[in-house]
Design a protein around this ligand. Sequence first.
Ligand code: 3PG
Length: 215
Amino acid sequence: MTLLKNWQVMPKDLFAMGAIVPVLVINKVEDALPIAEALLAADIKVLEVTLRTPAALDVISLIAKELPEAIIGSGTVTNRQQLQQSVDAGAKFAISPGLTKDLLKAGNEGNIALIPGISSISELMDASDYGYDHLKFFPAEASGGVNAIKSIGGPFPDIKFCPTGGINLNNVRDYLALPNVACCGGSWLVSNKIVETKDWRQITKLAKEALAHVR
Ligand code: 3PG
């Protein structure tokens, strides 16, 4: 089993680049650059574009090409085909809501960081067997939230998490206070409503507020 990773950016560095990772669901390619620019204006560089829309791969390619200062990654990657499509689009990392052994294997063979998702100890142990120690915890609030991650830190202190799912301005500080949480993901900075009204300044405002709140 290959455990050595030949990744361009390592998860440890990604997790250290920003306490808040916006989880983006972008339906229209034309919205990609204004959204990414609005986040960059607030000094948020690590962006996750979920593969939940037909536009997602084009959105990733465009941001990768036009905004090299952004660290653009793909989200909702559930199999090795989507991991390869992410690489081809120019993603610098990939995040999965869960894991399969085949995806863990593909991640180890690939050249961009894979952050697998877990919500149970057995999944964590599978990830760990394949050499993954930076994981997404999803769906965070529904899976026990802060208390669950705190408890996992007992037997597995070396595993670092980026929890997502139900995280917002009201609870993000509680997560970030845990020693095994490096950053948190969430969709609240870029809601559908904001995108529909193309209120890009509001994205920068919310992002700055969020960063000030966790500093
Ligand atoms: C994810 O994919 O990480 C989640 O959908 C983000 O969850 P949220 O919408 O509750 O922030």
